[in-house]
Design a protein around this ligand. Structure first.
Ligand code: C5P
Length: 231
């Protein structure tokens, strides 16, 4: 299931022009991009359509969370564009609505179990009297029961998520950094090789590549690191 190039580059930039220039500079070393809220807020679906038209795959990271009818209809619209991955929050009603909305399309749905910025104190404030990892495990299991294809999770939680979600689940991990790169604002990070070893199928990497002096060379270096870990 894991493709030979497991990298998804997060285009966290403020304009479509910047995003497309970055994608062009990476050439065919990357063909999978994540469009998140910032770029979506700036450009809507136009940048997504352009990335797809250039032969890329797109992960639309909108983390949908709304009433079922709205989630279903929004998912159906997104499914019709050819986007490959879409995130939704891991509550059962939301996940079921998204599964209904994507119908027979090839869109694959990923659940966000617990935002990685949440700690136990945040969960307690929401009224969940449990440890973060227990809620991650429960929601990963429920996601699969609802027909969701995969889970977005920290590479450090990937073994627990894999055990809960099963061997067929697609595990996508942000929070990945080479030892040579700064951690940025991510607190819990793993290297690309560690994330793959922990069971990730795809790695989302943003600033290590997008803010590198030479983004294409940085991608090549990361792919070498992954290849070395696989042998
Ligand atoms: O720049 P960096 O590699 O930290 O970017 C990580 C990307 O993954 C960002 O787009 C961020 O929004 C996203 N993300 C994350 N942690 C999550 C879910 C998504 O960092 N739990």
């Amino acid at each position: 299931m894991t493709e030979s190039n497991p990298l998804i580059i997060a285009l966290d930039v403020e304009s479509g022009a910047e995003a497309l220039a970055l994608a062009s500079s990476l050439g065919d070393s990357v063909s999978f991009y994540k469009v998140g809220m910032e770029l979506y807020a700036a450009e809507g679906m136009s940048v997504v359509r352009e990335l797809l038209a250039r032969g890329n795959q797109v992960f639309l990271d909108l983390k949908l969370y709304d009433i079922p009818e709205t989630v279903k209809r929004a998912t159906a619209r997104i499914a019709s564009t050819g986007v490959r991955f879409l995130t939704v929050h891991g509550s059962d009603a939301v996940m079921r609505a998204a599964v209904e909305g994507r119908g027979a399309s090839p869109l694959q749905l990923l659940a966000v179990t617990v935002l990685t910025s949440f700690d136990q104190h945040d969960l307690a404030q929401l009224g969940y009297p449990c440890a973060v990892i227990d809620l991650v495990r429960l929601r990963a299991k429920n996601a699969r029961a609802c027909g969701i294809d995969g889970i977005v999770c920290s590479p450090l939680d990937a073994p627990v998520v894999r055990a809960a979600a099963g061997p067929e689940a697609i595990l996508v991990t942000p929070g990945v950094r080479s030892h040579t790169a700064g951690k940025g604002d991510q607190k819990r990070v793993a290297t690309p090789a560690e994330a793959i070893a922990a069971g990730a199928n795809y790695l989302v990497i943003g600033r290590q590549v997008t803010r590198a002096a030479d983004p294409k060379a940085e991608v090549a270096r990361i792919l070498e690191e992954i290849a070395a870990a696989r042998t």
